[in-house]
Design a protein around this ligand. Structure first.
Ligand code: ATP
Length: 369
């Protein structure tokens, strides 16, 4: 069993605290993905797990054992770095086999193990090549192969796909998912890429400035972000936020008055909220509808003018200027539709698709997914 637990974990560099008390549990066999803005502490947490950095306070447990003072080699972890860290003068075979203990079956058994891993990663035709004779994706697979051969309980990957071009990233993303299915071990993966996080993770861990903002299944974070930070970090294009104040409260949710006087209902559990409180109404671009005339019965709607429209091929992104809001609202429409810049439009929003955030950024629980 190799579950990973961070308990009140803190890290300081030269008396400056950068990780401020993280409590997190990653289950045995779970694929956990760390995301967050640059400098939030993703790599530091991974390096702490690998034993490359000390813990300043709190506890790190792997498989139920406190490993704060356990040497990297004894932790049952293997790490794949962004830079791959291959030895340039060694062949693919030598890079993969380097530092491995000879198994009971001797050298021949060792060779079989390396060949098995090479076959799995489609490197078996490349074993005699040097790293400089490989493509980026192939180098990446060698680095992964080397880690797989250590048979780690916990596999650590620090932005493993970030040096690859877009199409190779997509292919390697699929390979990562397959690898996890095959190995069934615990994986901790750092990325900047939204799509990688959403598609690969069993659990996304959102970090911000050394704090854990939320950890949960990708769709849980998408539908029920705990706060404004997670709401705008998960999802692309990001969630729209409209400033307003609470006009009325009912069992159906909170009615929000926008600066232009228009009122919209958000279907949230408004317990504890007070009329007059400053709030932000959130709605995702893909949950908005556009029409040029009438609003549907019962829906909330706002008027605006098209600022810019972008045709993406599979869809259209509209940036709509609304009265009293500092940023244009982004609306994602399926299919290619032409809109004239400056045209007046009605944006429809359904109460069940709205999120509501208090002034301190905390989300109110939504009544629907
Ligand atoms: N060796 C170090 N000495 C001093 N400060 C450090 C050291 N390593 C990391 N830090 C600081 O700790 C914080 C977290 O850095 P970390 O590299 O973990 O962020 P990150 O989320 O991985 O960022 P990125 O996405 O840019 O790689 C940053 O403020 C960074 O400057």
């Amino acid at each position: 069993m190799a579950e990973v637990e961070f308990i009140g974990l803190r890290k300081s560099f030269d008396d400056v605290e950068t990780i401020h008390g993280i409590d997190l549990r990653i289950e045995d066999g779970e694929f956990a993905v760390f995301v967050g803005p640059s400098g939030c502490g993703k790599s530091t947490l991974l390096r702490i797990l690998a034993g490359l950095e000390n813990v300043t306070a709190g506890e790190l447990r792997i498989g139920g054992r406190n490993v704060n003072r356990v040497a990297p080699k004894q932790r049952g972890v293997a790490m794949v770095f962004q830079s791959y860290a291959l030895y340039p003068h060694m062949t693919v075979y030598q890079n993969m086999a380097f530092g491995m203990d000879t198994p009971p079956g001797g050298k021949e058994a060792l060779r079989e193990l390396v060949l098995d891993a090479a076959r799995m990663l489609q490197l078996d035709q490349l074993l005699d090549r040097l790293p400089r004779q490989l493509s980026g994706g192939q180098r990446q697979r060698v680095a992964i192969g080397r880690a797989v051969l250590r048979e780690p309980d916990v596999f650590l990957l620090d932005e493993p796909l970030s040096n690859l071009d877009a199409s190779l990233r997509v292919r390697m993303r699929m390979e990562m998912a397959k690898l996890h299915q095959r190995l069934e071990n615990t994986m901790v993966y750092v990325t900047h890429d939204q799509v990688e996080a959403m598609t690969l993770a069993d659990k996304i861990v959102v970090l911000n400035d050394g704090y854990l903002e939320q950890a949960g299944a990708p769709l849980e974070l998408y539908h029920h972000p705990a706060n404004r930070f997670v709401a705008t970090f998960i999802g692309s294009p990001k969630m729209n936020l409209l400033r307003g104040e609470v006009a009325a409260l009912s069992d159906a949710g909170a009615t929000v008055r926008l600066p232009d006087g228009r009122e919209l209902l958000a279907a949230v559990d408004a317990t504890g909220l007070e009329a007059g409180a400053a709030v932000e109404l959130g709605v995702r671009p893909e949950m908005l509808g556009i029409d040029n005339g009438h609003q549907a019965e019962g829906d909330g709607w706002v008027h605006g003018r098209i600022y810019v429209s972008e045709m993406l091929g599979e869809g259209t992104l509209l940036y709509v200027n609304l009265e009293g809001q500092s940023e244009p609202m982004v609306v994602k429409q399926e299919g290619v539709r032409r809109y004239e810049e400056g045209a007046e439009v009605t944006v429809r929003m359904v109460p069940e698709h709205c999120h509501l955030f208090r002034a301190d950024g905390r989300a109110l629980p939504r009544l629907a997914t």
